[in-house]
Design a protein around this ligand. Structure first.
Ligand code: FES
Length: 183
């Protein structure tokens, strides 16, 4: 397990955010000038249902101190069950981390709507506080960027940050999503 919390520790946190909700909520939080840690790095997805176990594990393996998925509210996923699958995969990764001797709290799943800018900032602050408490990821290596590694691992599913609409991505059909229970 990781060392105890360090006062000057700034966690590197990766967020896999659904384009329709959490990403828009992050934008809103910015417009509202709400404070959340700048160390949060967001990877935009067309739906959290695209997220697989391997994407979460790669981020942790590359040294991310924490990783979370932020999808639409349950019942409001544009692809019906994408956010439910994401939750199952996050829960599966929690089990894998426990088996590897890492804290399962380093990964999480959140749900929010695009109107929840305040909630986005709240989650970012709460999760950062949780990770600060846990301390650095013990598998962190010098010179490895968790964000770059996570982005590369998710290159097939991530949307460019400057994309306004999913429809701007003609080569990225959104359906069908994988139907496996745990990715
Ligand atoms: Fe947002 Fe599926 S469309 S989580």
């Amino acid at each position: 397990m990781a060392d105890a919390a360090q006062p000057d520790f700034e966690p590197e946190i990766i967020v896999f955010a659904c384009h329709y909700c959490a990403y828009a909520a992050a934008d809103l939080a910015g417009v509202m000038r709400l404070d959340y840690p700048s160390s949060i790095r967001i990877i935009k997805l067309p739906c959290t249902g695209k997220l697989e176990v391997i994407h979460l594990l790669r981020a942790i393996e590359a040294g991310a101190d924490g990783v979370y998925a932020a999808g639409c509210l349950e019942g409001e996923c544009h692809y019906l069950k994408g956010n439910l699958w994401a939750r199952q995969r996050v829960n599966h990764v929690k089990k894998l981390l426990t088996e590897m001797g890492l804290e399962p709290e380093r990964v999480e799943m959140y749900n929010m709507s695009s109107a929840m800018g305040v909630r986005f900032a709240e989650v970012a602050n709460e999760f950062t506080a949780r990770i600060k408490e846990l301390g650095p990821n013990p598998v962190k290596r010098k010179g490895v960027s968790p964000y770059a590694a996570a982005r590369e691992a998710a290159s097939e599913i991530a949307l460019p940050e400057d994309t306004d609409t999913v429809a701007d991505q003609p080569n990225r059909p959104l359906a069908p999503l994988a139907t496996t229970k745990e990715g």
